[in-house]
Design a binder for this molecule. Structure first.
Ligand SMILES: [Fe+2]
Ligand SMILES: [Fe+2]
Length: 187
């Protein structure tokens, strides 16, 4: 199914991003300077690609249908599971941003720790979250939603993608991903 394949491909991109984030954190632990511009790029990618572009489709289209049509199981799985994790992800990124701003003003070790906590916490959360969606949530959606709902999901996701393409969202953030990987995943 088009939408699920697209969103699994986006998960692959987010996992490539997470690898770069983790490597940047390891670099700091090994004594490298904090590259504040790169961490700002990471915040942008997490907010605009992983959250707005990817979670946007989940929240506004697929998960909306699952909550509406799959009864108590759908509601629990989405509202008390996936959506809460999206919120925790946002919280980690806000924490990362706050520590980064403090560090830029006054480069103390405690703020460096905050940067690592925010970034690595996000990386860990999203890795587990993506695994659950790939292995459980998406499969359950494909198996349980009625064919006409799945068709409607595909059609709305196509529109979402088209609009994002016009705004060059994919091009911009996959470019940022490429830059981050060249710098942090060169081996
Ligand atoms: Fe999600
Ligand atoms: Fe996802």
């Amino acid at each position: 199914m088009y939408s699920i394949e697209l969103m699994v491909m986006e998960h692959d991109n987010i996992l490539l991003f997470i690898e770069a984030v983790r490597n940047a954190c390891c670099g700091i632990l090994e004594g490298k300077e904090v590259d504040t511009e790169d961490f700002e790029k990471m915040i942008q990618f997490a907010r605009n690609y992983a959250d707005k572009h990817h979670h946007g489709k989940e929240e506004q289209v697929l998960f909306l249908e699952m909550t509406e049509h799959l009864g108590k199981i759908g509601e629990n799985l989405i509202q008390h599971g996936m959506l809460i994790e999206h919120d925790y992800g946002r919280l980690h990124i806000s924490d990362l941003e706050a520590s980064l701003n403090l560090y830029k003003e006054d480069p103390q070790t405690i703020y460096k720790l905050g940067i690592i906590e925010g970034a690595a916490g996000y990386a860990n959360l999203l890795t587990r979250h993506i695994d659950k969606e790939n292995e459980v949530v998406y499969k359950y959606a494909e198996k349980s939603l009625a064919p006409e709902i799945l068709e409607s999901v595909d059609s709305r996701v196509r529109d979402f993608e088209k609009e994002a393409e016009q705004q060059k969202i994919q091009e911009k953030y996959l470019g940022i991903l490429k830059d981050l990987r060249e710098k942090y995943c060169a081996n």
